[in-house]
Design a protein around this ligand. Sequence first.
Ligand code: PLP
Length: 410
Amino acid sequence: MPRIDSKKIKKLFPIFSKKENKNLVYLDNAATTQRPKVVVDAIKDFYETYNSNIHRGIYDLSEKATKMYEDTRKHTAKFINAKLSEEIIFTKNTTESINLLAYTLSDNMLQKGDRIITTSLEHHANFVPWQTMAKKKGFILSIVPVTEDYSLDMEEFEKLIKEPNVKLVCISAMSNVTGTTPDLKKIIKRAHKVGALVLVDGAQSVAHEHIDVRKMDCDFFVFSSHKMFGPFGVGILYGKKQLLDKLPPFLYGGDMIKSVKETCTVFNDTPWKFEAGTPSIGDVVAFKKAMEFMEKLGIENIKNHETNLAKKTVEMLKKYKQVTIIKPKNLDKSGPVISFTIEEIHPHDIAEVFNKEGIAIRAGHHCNQPLMSRLGIPATARISFSIYNTEDDIKKVELALKKLFKIFAK
Ligand code: PLP
């Protein structure tokens, strides 16, 4: 199997060659990845060569832009093995994709008293919309807790799925705090057995593992381009065609209609009925380059490289007794995200000392305050890897840790 040469790959990302970032060790990839030159160039190329609005121009330039936009839809379908390109809807991010579903499902497929199951591992994006809808519409929201090993408590899930009227399970494929990857196939099969739909939040998993929505058999899968080397401003919502056909539009206006009279409107077909107004065309077009970039490297190779870094980091952190690692023990079954706390040092102080050493990590609740409450901590420090990270980065983290301990020594 070809290995990832991360030092060579790093050179494909312009940000690392800027003099301002010469010593940057970027370890906040769960928040957003960096962009390779091919993606940055594709944005520039679109504006310089193809810039025009789509779907409505009867001239070559607009037809070319339309084709490029729709080609990205086709490529996205292939990337996650969707059956049809019509099953791909472009939004602005994962959050908007989930909100689209929260509003349309709540108004059309769910009733008062229905139960929605979510988990303690969810980002606020896959929690707050459902909590809000539950309050507004009288749904029951149940939360599957985590075990002591930060895995999903499958015994609790089994109890909850047996409750009456379970209609929807909303679950992330990879936690942005612990890296936990629940057994989705098992969960989806079980949910379908009781007639519930399953929404999978793939915002974290999509940059690290091969996604096959047909094999997974999820009903909806959502993710963001910016977490997988693509531009900001592009979110993806995959849904099974027969379900999307049943849902009404989320936003109303131009480009999502077939015809409008003073008294009524006929909406466009799936997926265009969900894409009201002018989308972020140049960004969608450049997103195709991000997928091609990943495919060229090989998603298995990416995964192996990042898992290796995560394992080495955990090994290193374990040497320090004052460090608590908040991550499942089986590192082969969790993403390259490592949360940790250090006795008597606030995560913000850790991030600040690391920053002084040129290391960018995240500290805080990571948009999962309910999990922090359950764990009884205010925040964690978080290291998250990508393909351009190297074993040298881990050495620099260890040096920064030693500096931190010195600063906070009593
Ligand atoms: N879901 C998960 C698991 C995430 O990690 C994030 C962002 O960190 C989101 C959803 C929200 O993504 P976005 O901000 O792109 O909408």
